[in-house]
Ligand binder design. Structure first.
Ligand code: MN
Length: 230
């Protein structure tokens, strides 16, 4: 059987040390740092909740390069959310937190870009967040560093600066739901596959960017992600 048109290209993320990681799905965790939950008007440890972005919303930026995203349509309040991204190398379902690390291929720095005005509208109306979260170029990511190189990332500084000014600062140890617990919960609801990316949530300090801004996202032990809005 022949395809009636060319299938879409595979979205791939460069791997530090060589090769490319083909993306299957992009999962995101909502409100996973207490200080960010508070700034969004919530408190306490809720059960983890998830949303997805299509794989082709990923914008992969190679080490040492500055990537670009276009300022999206429909919004006047495009927010940055710096996040640890977990790259799944071995799939599975009903994965126990204690076994979760063996399913991780590596880690990267990512940005969960958000049309906050649209997301807030949808929240108020009890409607899906897709239009606020799952738009094109909404998931920038830096190179994936294999876990063989980093070890398990349980602590470490996470930060984001815009035009050289620090906006977000946190530590991975403050994740409400740890990476391993997140993998456990996610794999109950979905069958994880090699190629899945998990954006694990953002610390406080989310705010707007405009055209011309340059974001620099960093996590200790990983390649920085630098990206300009045009
Ligand atoms: Mn987020």
């Amino acid at each position: 059987m022949a395809y009636v048109f060319a299938p879409p290209p595979v979205t791939a993320v460069p791997v530090a040390g060589g090769g490319e990681f083909p993306v299957h799905r992009v999962y995101c965790v909502g409100r996973n740092y207490a200080d960010h939950a508070v700034e969004m008007g919530f408190t306490g440890r809720e059960p983890p909740f998830f949303f997805l972005k299509p794989a082709d919303t990923v914008v992969a930026v190679a080490a040492g390069e500055t990537g670009h995203i276009d300022y999206p349509t429909l919004t006047a309040n495009l927010h940055h959310e710096v996040e640890l991204v977990v790259a799944i190398g071995k799939g599975g379902r009903d994965i126990r937190a204690a076994d979760a690390a063996s399913h991780i291929f590596g880690y990267a720095v990512g940005l969960d870009m958000t049309r906050r005005d649209l997301q807030n509208d949808m929240k108020k109306q009890g409607r899906p967040w897709c239009i606020g979260k799952a738009f094109e170029q909404s998931a920038p990511i830096g190179p994936i560093v294999p876990m063989a190189q980093t070890g398990e990332l349980l602590t470490g500084a996470i930060s984001l600066a815009v035009n050289g000014t620090l906006r977000q600062q946190g530590d991975l140890k403050d994740l409400i739901w740890s990476v391993n617990e997140t993998i456990e919960q996610l794999s109950i609801g979905w069958t994880l596959q090699p190629g899945d990316l998990i954006y694990s949530g953002t610390p406080a300090g989310v705010a707007a960017v405009v055209r011309g801004d340059v974001m620099e996202a960093q996590i200790a032990g990983l390649e920085a992600l630098r990206i300009a809005v045009r």
